[in-house]
Design a protein around this ligand. Structure first.
Ligand SMILES: [Zn+2]
Length: 158
């Protein structure tokens, strides 16, 4: 394939550029299943400005289905005590995400057939990013259609 042919193949839809975000960058909001009413609830990390940076000192659970509110400094058990709302079986594995932004990120990765790694000016090639840490089954092109179908199912739950 020459450059002209290649550039025709490359479009916004099938190109993924790793921006270096890691899994923690998606942990500001979690969609979880409320154990009381079974509806979708949210756990939000509340940012607090301290000196020159933000810290997350509190997490707030809020269910609009039953009105339950919980505020804690640490909210352990996300995924177990608070099952993720956006989780499904896919290709013999579990496909799970914390929130819509996380789901869109995974979708753009899976959809892409050209993926550019993240390069940091200070430390070079970075392998802490979420994209570089995704499991092999998510990176296989033979799983692409099945994963995109599962992503579609999860999107309809929101
Ligand atoms: Zn509820």
């Amino acid at each position: 394939m020459n450059y002209t042919e290649l550039s025709k193949e490359v479009s916004y839809d099938n190109f993924f550029k790793d921006d270096g975000r890691d899994i923690y960058d998606f942990q500001n909001k979690f969609l979880v299943k409320c154990k009381i009413c079974g509806n979708c609830a949210t756990i939000i990390a509340i940012p607090k400005y301290e000196g020159s940076y933000f810290v997350y000192k509190e997490r707030r659970f809020l269910c609009t289905g039953c009105g339950k509110i919980e505020i804690k400094s640490v909210m352990n058990g996300i995924g177990s005590k608070y099952p993720l709302w956006l989780e499904t079986n896919c290709c013999g594995h579990k496909l799970w995400v914390y929130n819509l932004e996380h789901l869109n990120y995974i979708e753009s990765f899976v959809r892409a057939n050209i993926r550019e790694n993240y390069y940091d000016e200070r430390i070079g090639w970075k392998n802490q990013s979420l994209a570089s840490r995704l499991p092999k089954w998510m990176k296989k092109s033979s799983n692409r259609e099945a994963i995109l179908r599962s992503i579609g199912i999860l999107k309809r739950r929101i």
